[in-house]
Design a protein around this ligand. Structure first.
Ligand SMILES: [Fe+2]
Ligand SMILES: [Fe+2]
Length: 361
């Protein structure tokens, strides 16, 4: 409903004294503000790397900023503290976080329209069940992969916005992974099957330090998932499934890339943390391969499902088992390669024996 002219006039004439004019915020150059700095778009547009130039682009090794003041803005003495922020760059930083964020934004995809769902045809029951079991497992994995970075957002200092942006992009990626595997489970008559043992997922969500979380989730757990996605051409039974694995694998490469370069940064900046990091890897490795002595058969469901998918049905189970062991070999060796890149080549001698047996020279 429009305000009539009389009411408007009343509001104008009855208004209290105008607010006091201060304009002190205009004198920014007195505070050393980088006035006149112009960020220019590069080959990929106006990316974060393009605007993080000069002093504002420098991430401090240690920050005394405990408020929500963003890097590059003028501080105010009465700013309240926000709890829980990391103050050290090495606590959270990864040199590729800006790049990975920009790539994530550019490479989003839709599980509704980018997967050729119409190409999925009826599969033999054993193969459909195996795919649905794998999808059930992956849906649970992707829940934790989204919850975990979300837990860490408030711990990031506002000086480290590029890390926050990367984690936000990861949360969106994991949301899509969760939905695409759920969709696949329901797309061909199978549906979701057994929830699987979740000790490994609890290790991820219960991490108490950012580097602990990143080493466990990004480098170890997502590394293992990524190595499996990269075998998607053999696991997928049709173009839709192969494309799901390809697209999810592309996203996982970013999550891994962040973790490996964060770990590398920590190893270079704070080499005294080496034993502490090994301790975290000890914890996660014990969850990455089922113990053959384990009496709970559900612990083997993932390997069994993979064996059926890769072998081409229950009738070829032994052949499939060999192939799924090949996936495990690939996972362990790629994991070791990533640790080498991060500066943790000494992991080779200390790796959990159930994984170490797959190591190649
Ligand atoms: Fe994921
Ligand atoms: Fe991920």
């Amino acid at each position: 409903m429009a305000i009539d002219a009389d009411t408007l006039e009343k509001l104008r004439t009855e208004s209290a004294d105008p607010p006091r004019v201060d304009l002190s915020w205009l004198n920014l150059d007195e505070n050393g503000h980088p006035w006149g700095m112009r960020a220019k778009p590069g080959k990929r547009g106006l990316t974060l790397d393009e605007i993080e130039i000069g002093e504002v682009g420098e991430v401090p090794e240690q920050s005394d900023n405990r408020s929500i003041r963003v890097r590059g803005s003028v501080p105010r003495p009465d700013a309240p503290r926000v709890p829980g922020g990391y103050v050290g760059k090495a606590d959270v930083y990864s040199e590729n976080s800006r790049l990975l964020y920009e790539e994530a934004v550019q490479r989003q995809w839709s599980s509704a329209t980018d997967i050729p769902w119409e190409g999925i045809e009826g599969l033999p029951d054993d193969i459909e069940r195996a795919m649905c079991q794998l999808c059930t497992f992956l849906t649970e994995v992707e829940f934790i992969a989204g919850d975990t970075p979300a837990q860490w957002l408030p711990s990031l200092n506002s000086e480290h916005h590029e890390v926050k942006l990367f984690l936000l992009s990861q949360i969106m990626d994991e949301a899509r992974h969760l939905d695409v595997f759920r969709k696949r489970a329901f797309a061909n008559g199978g549906g979701l099957l057994s929830s699987l043992p979740q000790d490994g997922l609890r290790v991820i969500i219960e991490a108490k330090d950012f580097t602990e979380m990143s080493a466990i989730m990004h480098v170890a757990a997502e590394g293992f998932i990524q190595s499996m996605f990269r075998m998607g051409e053999y696991i997928g039974q049709n173009e839709a499934e192969k494309k799901i694995f390809r697209l999810c694998g592309q996203d996982e490469s970013r999550h891994l890339g962040f973790g490996v370069l964060h770990l590398k940064y920590v190893m270079e900046a704070e080499p005294h943390r080496r034993e502490e990091i090994h301790h975290y890897l000890d914890k996660v490795e014990s969850t990455l391969m089922p113990d053959p002595m384990d009496s709970d058969g559900a612990n083997f469901a993932l390997f069994e499902a993979l064996s059926i998918l890769m072998g081409g049905g229950l009738k070829n189970f032994d052949k499939g088992l060999q192939l799924s062991m090949g996936v495990q070999r690939k996972r362990v060796n790629e994991y070791m390669h990533r640790l080498n890149v991060a500066g943790l080549g000494d992991r080779k001698e200390r790796m959990n024996p159930l994984l170490r047996q797959f190591l190649e020279n």
